[in-house]
Design a protein around this ligand. Structure first.
Ligand code: FES
Ligand code: FES
Length: 271
């Protein structure tokens, strides 16, 4: 089907763009506009990473083909919530309660929680849990308790029962941060949807190189020699990296645990 022009009001700004009504989902279109805080995890409506608020309702944007999104619809993505100097209480609480770990699920969860609090400003913990379950928000890192804590605290701030300042992290006088709620350095970017993951970098830098692991097809062997000459001649291959290219002493502990890591992420000590 031919490409169409679509006009949406995204985060309060009217945006006009070309898209494929059949093959592009709302998530694809938003991400192509640079709003990569809307993540695509499963692309099947099962993880909630792509949650946005469409015409006032929480939706998983990977499920909505652009042909089904009406012109002049309003869309709220994570980028439309707070600013770096004035985070939304949910963004702040996510940081303080340890809701941000890898951060991939974070934008979807925060947008989902915003939709919940728009509908129910005073939810119980059970209602928060039920909401996330109903809307399929999944997190593989946090164990969910910090996320429920964060929603409960943010809701208090939004109801005026607690000040934003009470939420702020207060560093202990002795400077020790272990066991405290010290924000992790990447947390702010993650709660704002500004932290770029691999797929985000690929959209913003089309010339990005992709890394593919090559592993022996036998379970146990002594590697005598690695001949990379044929691979180097293959079209599109930029460089073949082997252990020799990694400086220092390599300590690769337990290969299965590291399957899928790039060579650069292998643990190493630099002399
Ligand atoms: S990417 Fe849309 S629900 Fe997982
Ligand atoms: S913080 Fe990693 S998946 Fe939720």
């Amino acid at each position: 089907m031919a490409a169409i022009r679509k006009i949406l009001e995204i985060n309060g700004v009217q945006r006009s763009f070309i898209c494929d009504p059949v093959n592009d989902s709302l998530a694809d279109a938003l991400r192509r506009l640079g709003l990569t805080g809307t993540k695509i995890g499963c692309n099947k409506g099962q993880c909630g990473a792509c949650s946005v608020i469409l015409n006032g309702k929480l939706v998983r944007s990977c499920l909505f083909k652009m042909g089904k999104v009406d012109d002049f619809s309003t869309v709220l993505t994570i980028e439309g919530l707070g600013t770096a100097d004035n985070l939304h209480p949910l963004q702040l609480a996510w940081i303080i309660y340890g809701g941000v770990q890898c951060g991939f699920c974070t934008p979807g969860f925060i947008v989902s929680a915003k939709a919940l609090l728009d509908e129910n400003p005073n939810p119980t913990r059970e209602e928060v849990r039920a909401w996330f379950q109903k809307n399929r928000n999944a997190c593989r890192c946090t164990g969910y308790k910090p996320l429920v804590d964060a929603v409960m605290a943010a809701a208090k701030v939004m109801r005026g029962e607690m000040s934003r300042e009470e939420l702020f992290y207060k560093a202990p006088a002795d400077g020790q941060v272990f066991g405290t709620a010290a924000p992790r350095p990447t947390a702010k970017a993650k709660v704002m949807g500004l932290a770029d993951y691999g797929a985000d970098v690929a959209i913003k830098s089309p010339d990005m190189l992709y890394l593919a692991m090559a592993v022996p097809d036998v379970a146990h062997a002594n590697i005598i020699r690695i001949d990379t000459s044929e691979a180097e001649k293959s079209p599109g291959v930029f460089k073949v990296i082997t252990a020799k290219d990694i400086p220092g002493n390599n300590f690769v502990s337990g290969f299965p645990a590291r399957t899928g890591c790039s060579a650069r992420t292998l643990r190493r000590t630099i002399p």
